[in-house]
Design a protein around this ligand. Structure first.
Ligand code: GLA
Length: 393
């Protein structure tokens, strides 16, 4: 759908013209999985897929939520903003407006708005469609509510924090900040090397000569399971508490792999111990991968991606048969440098580095092998790495 068509759809829905329009992207994470809420680093990039919102002020003190993707509509008074029942999609937007008002008491919402959303991030694919809704809404309403610091970097970081808090409070997922941060701070043809403890980051060029970032969608019926995600968060916190009795740490990311053996037995539960082992290894792999990329050692970057998947499969246990089938098929193909699940897991997508000449072979062989093993059809997209949130109108 073009932006012109969205503008027409807004007029058709509300009988008057849109006054503003914003876009925020989804993301794909290259490496650094389940490290963000453990104070570690991540390496995601923003995609050209994302969510658009069109808005116009109204006179009725009501926020009217409409979407071109979802049939449900919501009409919420600006005086009674609170989470809506039944996993309402508008929660990803409402939560942001609520968080802005609480974090910035000087920011006031003085009138109602007509809103129309449209997104083209494949649903349930682990490419952060919810973060895109949050960040695009945070961008629009910080402007509407006159909270917009002059420092663009600090402003974008604040948009990510608003989105993350919305996810905690209105969706009940105790996520880290990676998805919202990538959506807010993304840069065309760059990945973001983010320290999730300090929120310091570096944009690293990712234009790879003769190699593409290929996303494969499992279309698996599993969705990111909030219960299993929050359980991983709790297991990591438990590991931190128990390790801290012998070696005080704030996060699992504070541990170096060479220290692991001296602390691991402080974690009583063998499952929590495996979860922690993944995190300690993944943080080190991510740092090593970024260094390898900067040195042009792409083959090593790919090997670290594959090692990341193995650790997520065996120790963190967030892959599942569909993601494993895609990754394992990819590893067999000459010209694939590395392949791994991306995002929270339990379904969703893999991300692979594939040489240009191997892309067609990759799609046909991985697609066929995946269908043979799971009975499902995968979809493949060559990632276009785009910019973070932006105002279009
Ligand atoms: C989801 C969460 C992120 C991050 C990833 C796993 O996408 O929203 O914060 O934890 O899972 O790396």
């Amino acid at each position: 759908m073009t932006t012109q068509e969205m503008i027409q759809a807004f007029s058709a829905a509300y009988g008057h013209e849109a006054e503003m329009m914003f876009f925020a992207p989804g993301r794909v994470n290259l490496i650094g999985e389940h490290t963000d809420y453990n104070g570690g680093c991540v390496f995601p990039c923003a995609l050209s897929f994302g969510t658009w919102v069109l808005l116009a002020k109204n006179d009725d003190q009501i926020l009217h939520f409409r979407s071109l993707n979802m049939p449900q509509t919501y009409d919420i008074s600006i005086h009674s903003i609170a989470p809506q029942p039944d996993n309402a999609w508008c929660n990803y937007a409402l939560g942001c407006i609520d968080v802005i008002a609480r974090r910035h008491p000087e920011a006031k919402l003085e009138s109602g708005y007509d809103l129309l959303y449209y997104g083209n991030v494949p649903a349930g694919a682990g490419l952060s469609s919810s973060a895109a809704i949050e960040v695009v809404t945070a961008r629009a309403f910080t402007e509407i509510m006159h909270y917009k610091p002059a420092d663009d970097i600090a402003y974008r970081t604040e948009l990510a924090i608003i989105g993350q808090l919305c996810e905690h409070e209105y969706a009940g997922v105790m996520c880290g900040i990676m998805d919202q941060f990538a959506s807010a701070q993304g840069k065309k043809d760059h990945a973001i090397y983010l320290n999730c403890d300090t929120l310091e980051f570096e944009q690293v060029p990712i234009l790879l000569n003769g190699i593409k970032v290929v996303i494969a969608n499992t279309h698996s019926p599993h969705r990111l399971d909030n219960g299993a995600y929050n359980e991983r968060v709790r297991q990591c916190q438990q590991a931190v508490e128990q390790i801290s009795k012998i070696r005080p740490i704030k996060y699992l990311a504070d541990l170096k792999p060479e220290e692991w053996e001296s602390v691991e037995m402080a974690i009583a539960d063998p499952v929590a111990r495996r979860r922690a082992r993944h995190v300690v290894g993944e943080v080190a792999r991510t740092d090593a991968a970024v260094l390898a990329l900067k040195k042009g050692e792409i083959a090593y970057f790919g090997e670290l991606m594959t090692a990341s998947h193995v650790s997520l499969r065996d120790d963190y246990e967030v892959t599942g048969p569909e993601l494993d089938a895609l990754a394992e098929a990819a590893w067999q193909i000459p010209g694939v440098l590395g392949s791994r699940m991306t995002g929270g897991g339990f379904g969703g997508c893999t991300v692979s580095l594939v040489r240009d000449e191997a892309i067609e072979r990759f799609k046909s062989i991985v697609g066929a092998e995946y269908e043979r093993k799971t009975g499902l059809k995968a979809d493949f997209y060559v990632a276009e790495i785009g910019d973070g949130v932006t105002r279009l109108m």
